[in-house]
Design a protein around this ligand. Structure first.
Ligand SMILES: CC(=O)SCCNC(=O)CCNC(=O)[C@H](O)C(C)(C)COP(=O)(O)OP(=O)(O)OC[C@H]1O[C@@H](n2cnc3c(N)ncnc32)[C@H](O)[C@@H]1OP(=O)(O)O
Length: 249
């Protein structure tokens, strides 16, 4: 293992800014015992990933919320329709003073949706949870903003900043000094070399590689398997090796 990295023990993601030897979570981290219940927004594939992670961390999912009519994803877990359904469910809870935390189970290129829903849930007073899988490696000086997720086997290197509600998916690697915006999704197995800037709402597809110092403009998409060798304009889609514009803004 490279020096300066460590495998995170369970629950270490709760450690707050400035704690020696631990990566930092922006703003105020919540303490584990305040966060044993986590509602999931989104009831498809990503919710199964997060529920497995949360159960691994000793946390329970009392409810799954989705804007669409969906089949209940988990036996014994309440399925709720939309923000109004969530408000009614919160009102019905026996102890309304204790709010569950939330995690956003929305993957793909829907980063702007994640941010909009996060704003709604923040307004309801639900705290976002920042999740790091115990097998992920996060440098001691990396900063993870609230509601971000670093999933199984992913690496976040020194001096990286990961924005709010961004996902570093399974086995993705984000190398030194990268700045990842809000509502970003770095797909499974993608490799970001050093000093890359990724704008808000970007989706980097599975297995893509981005060369050092590239800037990826906001709301753009990098196709699965692409090798990005020059800057990507905002709102565009690039695919292939080397990556070329598939869709301009
Ligand atoms: C755990 C998880 O699953 S997380 C989710 C991970 N998901 C991903 O990584 C998916 C990433 N998405 C992609 O790569 C998509 O193909 C996109 C976003 C780049 C393009 O999607 P769409 O706009 O729907 O493109 P569409 O499928 O219509 O293809 C349009 C053209 O681009 C080509 N194309 C699409 N994707 C790629 C790609 N990744 N690399 C090279 N060419 C591609 C198609 O072959 C097609 O070419 P043609 O016009 O010559 O036939």
């Amino acid at each position: 293992m490279a020096s300066g990295f460590f495998i995170l023990p369970q629950l270490s993601f709760q450690l707050v800014q400035g704690h020696t030897g631990c990566y930092r979570i922006q703003e105020n981290g919540q303490h584990a015992d305040q966060m044993t219940e986590v509602v999931l927004w989104g009831g498809t594939g990503h919710s199964r990933v997060l529920r497995e992670l949360l159960s691994h961390l000793g946390m329970v999912v009392p409810a799954v919320i989705d804007n669409r009519e969906i089949e209940a994803p988990f036996a014994g877990v309440e399925t709720i329709r939309g923000i109004e359904g969530l408000k009614a469910w919160l009102d019905r809870r026996a102890d309304g003073s204790i709010k569950p935390s939330y995690a956003l189970a929305i993957g793909g290129g829907y980063g702007r949706d994640r941010l909009a829903i996060a704003n709604d849930l923040d307004d309801l007073g639900l705290p976002p949870i920042t999740l790091v899988h115990p097998t992920a490696m996060v440098a001691s000086d990396a900063v993870l903003a609230l509601g971000s997720q670093v999933l199984i086997g992913a690496t976040v290197a020194t001096c990286v900043r990961v924005g709010r509600c961004s996902i570093i998916n399974s086995r993705a690697s984000v190398d030194h000094d990268c700045v990842i915006g809000d509502g970003v999704h770095i797909g499974p197995g993608a490799t970001l070399c050093g000093q890359i800037e990724v704008g808000d709402g970007v989706f980097v597809g599975a297995g893509a590689t981005v060369l050092p110092r590239i800037k990826i403009g906001p709301d753009s998409t990098v196709g699965a398997g692409a090798v990005v060798i020059k800057d990507v304009p905002a709102g565009s889609t690039v695919v292939g090796v080397p990556a070329r514009l598939q869709k301009a803004q």
